[in-house]
Design a protein around this ligand. Structure first.
Ligand code: KMH
Ligand code: ZN
Length: 289
């Protein structure tokens, strides 16, 4: 491994698309809940937020109006890097998943292959992956390559070999481990994927469900970054439901500090990922109208 990272980039994935609000009442689903979660998670050590949006009935939606409203509310309230999900829910169409890029996020997730997802299938055809990659580059959106399996690493490498660098000039991946149907949340699986990443790439990892803690420790010990949140983890400890997303970010930040790799700021994350500045220009005090 070429040089360990000195800090830890923490991404929070607070909502996801697959859990019902009725099953996890602490799940942030309204714009107000999302903003308050984003603020709390930034204060606890997150630098990036991975956003899935819900409609007024708390159902997952890719409706552009809802997505735009959510992204701009988070941007106004925090300095977090705003990463929209282009994965959506397992039921979403390719056209709807591409259209979220019109909301002009800083970054977007880009899943690099099809995977069984519990009883469902999360479909990602190769041509669609290429299309997302190229549309993101045209729109100056930083991709985060979502890798649920070793084959997804191979597909990411195939896209990069064919098309060159993503927007931002840097490859950042997220290993999503422990999904029923994807790779297991084990140190062996993580190390195998990391060995297959291109030179200079950075990665975060998240372990779904019971693999949360083992994956966090494996990621930190191999120079990786962390993703946590209620999209991936609903149980804090056996028999203890997660209180809220801040609780998960606080725990991840604690692990990172123990590893002597404290949380990176959103500003650090912007520099590492090559994020374009889309933040609202602050009004100068004393400025003339
Ligand atoms: N909801 C999952 C099927 C992403 O955000 O890009 C897909 C997902 C990945 O959450
Ligand atoms: Zn997601």
């Amino acid at each position: 491994m070429a040089g360990m990272a000195t800090g830890t980039l923490i991404t929070v994935a607070p909502t996801g698309a697959e859990t019902a609000k009725s099953d996890a009442p602490a799940l942030p689903v309204s714009v107000e809940e999302l903003v308050s979660t984003a603020r709390g998670c930034e204060a606890a050590g997150a630098a990036v937020i991975h956003v899935h949006v819900r409609d007024a009935e708390t159902r997952p939606t890719l409706d552009l109006g809802f997505v735009r409203e959510s992204l701009s509310a988070v941007r106004e309230a925090t300095d977090l890097v705003v990463q929209v999900s282009s994965g959506g829910a397992v039921t979403d169409t390719e056209d709807a998943r591409l259209a979220v890029l019109d909301a002009d996020p800083d970054a977007a997730s880009l899943t690099c292959g099809t995977v069984n997802f519990g009883a469902d299938v999360f479909m990602n055809r190769y041509e669609f992956i290429e299309r997302l990659f190229l549309e993101m580059r045209d729109r100056e959106i930083v991709p985060e390559f979502e890798l649920f399996d070793l084959g997804h690493v191979a597909t990411m490498n195939r896209v990069l070999d064919k098309h060159g660098e993503p927007y931002g000039g840097h490859v950042h991946c997220d290993l999503v481990m422990g999904v029923p149907g994807g790779m297991p949340g084990t140190t062996q699986a993580l190390v195998t994927c990391v060995a297959a990443l291109p030179a200079g790439a950075t990665f975060s990892a998240t372990g779904v469900g019971r693999s949360t803690i083992p994956v966090m420790m494996a990621a930190l010990s191999t120079g990786g970054h962390l993703r946590v949140g209620m999209e991936d983890t609903l149980t804090f400890a056996p028999g203890e439901p997660v209180r809220d997303n801040e609780q998960l970010v606080t725990r991840a930040a604690g692990f990172a500090r123990h590893a002597l790799r404290p949380p990176l700021s959103p500003e650090d994350a912007r520099a590492i990922l090559g994020v374009k500045n889309r933040r609202p220009i602050p009004i100068q005090s004393g400025a003339q109208a």
